[in-house]
Design a protein around this ligand. Structure first.
Ligand code: CU
Length: 250
């Protein structure tokens, strides 16, 4: 009798030890780490940590974004009135790709600069100086990348003069599409919940001010004709975290 208890106890003891080992074994090996001060987006590009100035709110393209084409402009949003002296530089490999003057929006909460449409693929560093009505200025920077090979995964609708994007299952269908200049894009809400079409970033919606719809109820539509080549990242402001899309205009 005691022998049986001893054997049973030994088996139980062994089983417990085995279970303990199983719990520990998956943790073997050091956790993956990227070099200090760098954010890794994919294997192709490495981004430094951004530096945000005082009163900074957001920017488009977003820090760490990899775009299928050249952005029409770089826009930086603030929560305070911008003043003269504010500047934006968009550099790759030491060369400036910002063109024309920096423009401060009418509401003074965003500034923008056009970008050279012939800018090559690679990582771009945006350095900015934001100046305020009292004459003081603050500096900041962020990075994004251009990778034209990304456009291969975009729905090719270049041959059409009008295209339809469905808003269904809380997503844009197609999510990413390629069109030619002068194409009209029509968004139709096929869902039973309200959606919006909003240019990035969220909630500033400043990248391309024309691309901002009113609330779209089920069955409602919104349209916009794209006349300038470049990439247009956008989202639905009611589902900003997961309902996103991108239009590449060639
Ligand atoms: Cu939505």
């Amino acid at each position: 009798m005691t022998r049986h208890v001893l054997i049973f106890g030994f088996i139980l003891f062994s089983a417990l030890i085995l279970a303990g080992c199983k719990k520990i074994s998956p943790n073997v090996g050091p956790p993956g780490q990227s070099p200090a001060g760098q954010v890794q987006n994919n294997n192709k590009f490495k981004f430094e940590n951004p530096k945000k100035s005082a009163h900074y709110e957001s920017n488009t393209p977003a820090h760490g974004a990899v775009l299928a084409g050249v952005p029409i402009n770089v826009v930086i949003d603030f929560n305070f009135d911008l003043a003269e002296g504010s500047a934006i530089s968009i550099k790759n490999d030491g060369r400036e790709y910002g063109i024309a003057d920096v423009v401060i929006d009418k509401n003074k909460l965003a500034m923008r600069r056009k970008m050279d449409p012939a800018a090559p693929d690679g990582v771009y560093t945006v350095s900015y100086k934001a100046c305020w009505p009292d004459g003081s200025c603050h500096e900041g920077n962020f990075q994004f990348a251009i990778d034209r090979t990304k456009s291969q995964s975009y729905e090719d609708m270049v041959g059409k003069s009008e295209v339809i994007v469905g808003l269904s299952e809380i997503s844009f269908k197609p999510m990413n599409l390629k069109i030619k200049k002068g194409t009209k894009v029509v968004w139709i809400n096929d869902d039973n919940v309200e959606h919006y079409v909003n240019t990035d970033s969220h909630p500033a919606h400043t990248y391309y001010l024309s691309q901002n719809s009113k609330s779209l109820a089920s069955g409602d539509s919104y349209s916009l004709t794209f006349n300038e080549a470049g990439v247009y990242p956008y989202h639905c402001s009611a589902h900003a975290s997961n309902m996103t899309g991108s239009i590449l205009v060639e």
